[in-house]
Design a protein around this ligand. Structure first.
Ligand SMILES: Cc1ncc(COP(=O)(O)O)c(C=O)c1O
Length: 383
């Protein structure tokens, strides 16, 4: 008989993640994912001999329409290996959205792992980068004073918002025309696909490399994957080894990741996205509940995130977090993230949120706000 301790993964849907809206990274693995650890092969993946890992890499490569895949420990590792592999001979620079995970939350890795100049761009539409933003900020001439753009890194979804396939097609054509490597931080690309914005292969065909996470909304305990051409993945495998990311019995990571893909992403009306779609519905319900109190959101709610606009309502982030805590909910700021464990427990979560929102709006000093704290929180916790 297994022991169910507080926080134990064996608690499944009843675990602490059911009341945690801080991020989808806190999802705990399902019993099926944990059972996969018992079933997986236990061969050496540095020797490339582990069937469970090789199978997973081939499966995701096929799903995304790419030649090869490489299991990595984290989304950060996937992004960093991709950029290190795409960039060859300096001088070179990387272009990305100013809110990108690769610049804001990866410990400056791009700078010290590649030495690239990173140029960040604010999307003019306030939501996602367009070809105009990219072309106006890229350096494609041969002036020796300039630092040529050799990689563009896009993020999809970013803040829960989908970058449309049509815009990526335009950016991809531009990148190809100028021999610029195109990477996608697709930590949550699954969410865009589950929302009906295009298949994984539709998106991935437009990029040289894509990194996708198993340990966010999909619920696996560890792991991400980098996909690309066989040549790029061969290089990335080498870089992975150099930073200590070569795993031995990697099946214990790959096994649960495969279940996460098959069950959290794979089951659904169109053969994908079922559990993820449930979390999108919950994010919409949170937006609707918030709207009943007169609140607006900072970004369109298209997937599993709802960003409350506290500032225009003169509401304090610190108070929201405290009221959440009093109601038994874990919140980190104005970003509320739904995931499958929240979806399983949605009635309970929505009731608690109603109570939190009610108390927050009751004491609202209208027209002003804890601006400094709001701004700080806005950028906190984008994990
Ligand atoms: C968009 C995005 N990319 C990459 C990462 C990095 O993933 P990891 O925490 O596995 O390194 C995160 C983490 O939350 C993320 O939100």
């Amino acid at each position: 008989m297994r022991q169910h301790r507080p926080g134990s993964t064996w608690m499944g849907y009843m675990g602490p993640a059911r009341l945690d809206l801080r991020s989808d990274t806190i999802t705990t693995p399902t019993p099926a994912m944990l059972a996969a650890v018992e079933r997986c092969s236990l061969m050496d993946d540095v020797f490339m001999e582990d069937p469970t890992t090789i199978d997973l890499e081939a499966h995701i490569a096929a799903l995304t329409g790419k030649e090869a895949g490489l299991l990595v420990l984290s989304g950060t590792m996937g992004n960093q290996l991709a950029l290190r592999s795409l960039l060859t001979q300096p001088p070179y620079s990387v272009l990305c959205d100013h809110r990108s995970h690769i610049v804001q939350y990866e410990a400056g890795g791009v700078s010290f792992l590649t030495g690239a100049l990173v140029k960040t761009v604010m999307p003019r539409n306030g939501i996602y980068l367009t070809l105009d933003d990219i072309s106006q900020n890229s350096c494609t001439d041969e002036d020796v004073h300039s630092c040529p753009t050799k990689a563009i890194s896009l993020e999809n979804t970013l803040n829960g918002v989908i970058m449309p396939l049509s815009e990526i097609k335009r950016i991809s054509a531009f990148a190809r025309q100028h021999s610029i490597g195109l990477h996608c931080d697709g930590a949550r690309l699954w969410e865009a696909t589950a929302a009906g914005a295009g298949s994984l292969a539709d998106f991935c065909s437009l990029f040289d490399t894509v990194s996708l996470c198993f340990s966010k909304g999909l619920g696996a305990p560890i792991g991400s994957i980098l996909v690309g051409t066989s040549e790029t993945i061969k290089r990335a495998r080498w870089v992975r080894k150099s930073i200590g990311g070569g795993l031995r019995q990697a099946g214990v990571v790959a096994g649960p990741a495969r279940v996460a893909v098959d069950e959290t992403f794979g089951k659904g009306p169109n053969g994908h996205g079922g559990l993820l779609q449930d979390s999108h519905i919950v994010a919409k319900k949170i937006e609707e509940l918030w709207a009943q109190f007169g609140g607006g959101v900072l970004y369109p709610v298209q997937t599993n995130m709802c960003w409350l606009d506290l500032q225009s309502a003169g509401l304090s982030t610190a108070k929201l977090v405290k009221l959440g805590q009093d109601a038994g909910l874990s919140l980190i700021g104005n970003r509320l993230v739904a995931h499958y464990q929240i979806a399983q427990n949605q009635d309970d979560v929505l009731q608690r949120l109603e109570q939190v929102f009610g108390r927050l709006w009751d004491g609202a000093p209208k027209g002003q706000g804890d601006e400094e704290s709001n701004q700080k929180r806005l950028y906190l916790g984008r994990v």
